[in-house]
Structures are given as structure tokens and as C-alpha cells.
Ligand binder design. Structure first.
Ligand code: SF4
Length: 467
């Protein structure tokens, strides 16, 4: 499904390099491959061992990093960020990496995820005299590091990280070090690779393939990696850790060519589709998937069901970002601009339309109607994940609870609203089975089940459950 139309958006992607003479260029390519994780802003900060300097702006990677902008980014270490604005909103000041200068040196920060206690920490810090230059929750970490009483930076960072709750994958760079931290639940993916003698870190392993780096391992929940010219050391900042990787990374967000904890995302999606075919067998003529993220699941469904997979929907790749507007009316217009049904494929056919999820339902309704206008005699919608009934507090913009169609409607009511002949969601058990798991341990399923891996703070709850 098309993220910007669906109302389900990843918040960010991060990429870092230590020890390579083309650090900024590699980061550019890395960010380019992570562009699907955020399209609203991007930035790169480089270190030449003495100073940190950066370029950032609102727009796509290819738009912001012009040849001129890249020419000024010289150094052997870099961190970069692509952003989708949710927590704290948009605006140039919130584009990352954030860069701070003080008498003791400079610090750059890039963050993927969302803190659930950011507001209470901000309130506490402001009471103690801090003044924030952004409205993003990322800046909280810089203030906590600065205020920590420990003499060494590593200890100050560990102390600051231990106060954060929620989802965070952080890249923290000074003139002489790159630190990499993952929250105690490992909610967001973050991997380490090597390119020759250089270290590379990325939200998704697809970025390693693009820059030619070799995958080494995942960053562990509660781990702090410290990389400098002497090599790499691993420390822990959290005593108690329970892995809970975001299930939506497999279902929808990550690129199909990425691997998360050893599972290839395309293969995972294909298996979700296969399982769906077992749970929802349908007498139909063709199977089609909503491009791009549902194609893998549709192929799996078709394979298992023994029904031909066809390209029943086509994505128009040349519609500019002008049409990506977060208002409901423009979102519906955007569906028409971006997707077309292929009459020659669906006319006179009973169609199984595979999608990865339903958020508000408006896009599904429009796609069902596109297929019927193109002559499909029946449209059966099958969803390769369970209904999203609850908001995400960890950096995925699933909107407020009241905007989620499955939060207060039955499957039959949703089917009627989207105009489908039938509607089936994958079960939680089926989803885990498709990933080769017996139970739900090791995964966050909060938006499906309402069981979240962390405590959720009242000010956060109030925002997401507003009525
Ligand atoms: S609540 Fe849903 S989208 Fe958010 S981290 Fe958990 S599984 Fe992912």
C-alpha cells in the first residue's frame, strides 16, 4: 500500500559510517535506500575529527543533497536521517540530525522511534532551566546527556538513555566517537555492517547492499556500541531487556530486500499471504496485490491458493510529492492519482485483492471501487495482518484511536463500508505461525492486541485517545 495514502507512516530511518573517506557519500546512498521510512526531511552531519558540520532540509534525499551541498561534507565519519514528521510536528528545526555545540565539544543526534515519556522529561528539564530549540522528542536526550553528572561522555550517555521510555534507535556522534543505542525492547530494527575497515550502521539491511557493506549483526536491545579509531566496544545501559520488535516492520514498513533478525521481509510477507490463503480460501479467478508493500503477500496467497497472480493494480510512479497531503479529502484524491485498476486483467473476473492492513478504510473503499469500475464481478479483500484496533506509541503514525476503522467496527461493518464482497483479516496466531513463531514473545503487537511492551504515560495516552 502507498504509505502516504494509507495513513500509516514510518517515522524515520537512520544511517551512520565510521572510518571511511567517503562517509558523507555513503550516507547519502544509505539514506536514499531508507527513503521509504520518511520523506519530509533529511540531514547528514559529518566529522573530520575536529569539527562537526551538517546539511539538512525539508524534502527528499535527492532534493536536499545537491552536488554543492555534498561538496562541503568532508570527513571520515557521518550520520544521517530521513524523517516523517509525527511527534513534535514538521518544520526545518525538527529535521535531523540535531547538532549541538558547547565548550566541551559538539554532539549530533539522529533518532528513529518515539519516546513515551518525552513530555514529562521535557517538563522536568524545563523546570530545571533547559530551553528546547525543537518540538521533537529527540532533543530530550541531548539535554539529559548535558545535565548528567558523570565525568565521561559514555557514562553520561548511558545514564541519560536509562531515563528514556519508549522506542529509540539513536546515533550519537561527537568529533571523535560514534555511539549507537537501541532501546531495551529493540522495537525498531538497527543493524551493524562493515565496509572494509569502516563500520556502518543502518535502520535496515537494504542500505548495506546499496553501499556494498557486509552485514555483521543486529544491535541488541539495551546495547550501546561505541565506535572510534580504536575500534568497537559494546556496553549495556539497561539491565533488564525484553525483545519486542515491531511486527509492522515485517507486515508493511521495511523494504522487501531487508532482513530483520534473520528473517527476510519479502519471505515473511509471502508466508503471511500463504497463511491467509489457508485461513481465507476463496473461489476466485485472479489474485492481485496493492502495490508496493502487498505484492509479496499477494504472491504468497496466489501460490498457496493455486489461483493466478495478476497485476490488477498499477502504481503511477511519476506523481510528485505535491499530491502527498495529510488531509482526508486530498488523500482520497491522491488514490486516484496514484493507482489504476487494469481493466484487461480484472474485467469479468472474481478478484482476490490482498492488502497488508486497513487503517482508516477510505483507501480500501476507493481501491475496491476502482476494481469494480474496471469490470471486476466480485472483489474479495484479504488482509495479511489482524485488524489495527489501537494506536502506536512508538513512532508509527497510526493516527488517533478514533480514526482507526477497526477500533469500533466489526469486520462485517468494515466490509460494508469498503464495498467488498468479503473481507478477511489474518489472525494473530496465523501471523506468528507465518513468521515461524509459536507464541508472541519477542514481538510488539500493540496496535493489534492493545498489549504494549512498555508503560504508556498519561500525557501520551491523552493525545492518542482523544475523542
Ligand atoms: S504498536 Fe504496532 S506499529 Fe507500533 S511498534 Fe507495536 S507493532 Fe509496531
Amino acid at each position: 500500500m502507498l504509505a502516504e495514502l494509507k495513513g500509516l507512516n514510518e517515522e524515520c530511518g537512520i544511517f551512520g559510517v565510521w572510518g571511511h573517506q567517503d562517509a558523507a557519500q555513503l550516507t547519502y546512498y544509505g539514506l536514499h535506500s531508507l527513503q521509504h521510512r520518511g520523506q519530509e526531511g533529511t540531514g547528514i552531519v559529518v566529522s573530520d575529527g575536529k569539527t562537526l558540520k551538517g546539511v539538512k532540509g525539508e524534502g527528499l534525499v535527492a532534493e536536499i543533497f545537491t552536488t554543492e551541498a555534498m561538496a562541503g561534507l568532508t570527513g571520515t565519519a557521518a550520520i544521517g536521517h530521513v524523517r516523517y514528521a509525527t511527534a513534535g510536528g514538521g518544520g526545518y528545526e525538527n529535521v535531523q540530525p540535531l547538532l549541538f555545540h558547547s565548550q566541551s565539544g559538539s554532539l549530533a543526534l539522529a533518532h528513529n522511534g518515539n519516546l513515551v515519556n518525552a513530555n514529562s522529561l521535557k517538563h522536568q528539564l524545563e523546570t530545571q532551566g533547559s530551553i528546547f530549540q525543537t518540538s521533537s522528542d529527540t532533543e530530550v536526550l541531548a539535554h539529559l546527556i548535558r545535565r548528567s553528572g558523570y565525568p565521561h561522555l559514555n557514562d553520561r550517555v548511558k545514564n541519560a538513555l536509562s531515563m528514556l521510555k519508549g522506542a529509540y534507535a539513536y546515533l550519537i556522534m561527537t568529533e571523535t566517537e560514534l555511539m549507537v543505542a537501541l532501546d531495551p525492547h529493540g522495537l525498531r530494527p538497527l543493524s551493524l555492517g562493515m565496509l572494509g575497515d569502516a563500520y556502518v550502521v543502518a535502520s535496515e539491511t537494504c542500505a548495506f547492499d546499496v553501499v556494498g557493506a557486509e552485514y555483521i549483526r543486529e544491535i541488541m536491545p539495551g546495547e550501546l556500541l561505541i565506535i572510534n579509531d580504536n575500534g568497537l566496544t559494546s556496553e549495556r545501559f539497561a539491565v533488564s531487556t525484553t525483545k519486542a520488535i515491531c511486527m509492522m516492520e515485517y507486515v508493511y514498513f521495511s523494504r522487501p530486500d531487508s532482513n530483520i533478525h534473520g528473517i527476510n521481509v519479502h519471505t515473511a510477507r509471502k508466508n503471511l499471504g500463504k497463511r491467509l490463503a489457508l485461513e481465507a480460501p476463496i473461489d476466485a479467478d485472479v489474485v492481485t496485490g496493492v502495490p508496493d508493500s502487498s505484492i509479496s503477500a499477494a504472491i504468497g496467497y496466489a501460490e498457496e491458493a493455486g489461483i493466478p497472480y495478476e497485476m490488477g493494480l498499477i502504481k503511477n510512479r511519476y506523481v510528485g510529492r505535491t499530491f502527498i497531503q495529510p488531509s482526508q479529502s486530498l488523500r482520497e484524491q491522491g488514490v486516484k492519482m496514484k493507482l489504476s485498476a487494469v481493466r484487461g486483467v480484472v474485467e469479468g473476473k472474481r478478484v482476490v485483492m490482498v492488502d497488508d492492513s486497513i487503517v482508516r478504510g477510505t483507501t480500501s473503499r476507493r481501491i475496491v471501487s476502482l476494481l469494480k469500475e474496471a469490470g471486476a464481478t466480485e472483489v474479495h479483500v484479504v488482509i495479511s495482518s489482524p485488524p489495527i484496533k489501537n494506536p502506536c506509541f512508538y513512532g508509527i503514525d497510526t493516527s488517533t484511536k478514533e480514526e482507526l476503522i477497526a477500533s469500533d467496527k466489526s469486520v462485517e461493518e468494515i466490509r460494508e463500508l469498503i464495498g467488498a464482497d468479503s473481507l478477511t483479516f489474518l489472525t494473530v496466531e496465523g501471523m506468528m505461525h507465518a513468521l515461524g513463531q509459536e507464541g508472541t514473545n519477542g514481538y510488539c503487537l500493540g496496535c493489534f492486541t492493545g498489549n504494549y511492551p512498555t508503560e504508556i504515560y498519561p500525557d501520551t495516552l491523552q493525545y492518542y485517545y482523544q475523542k
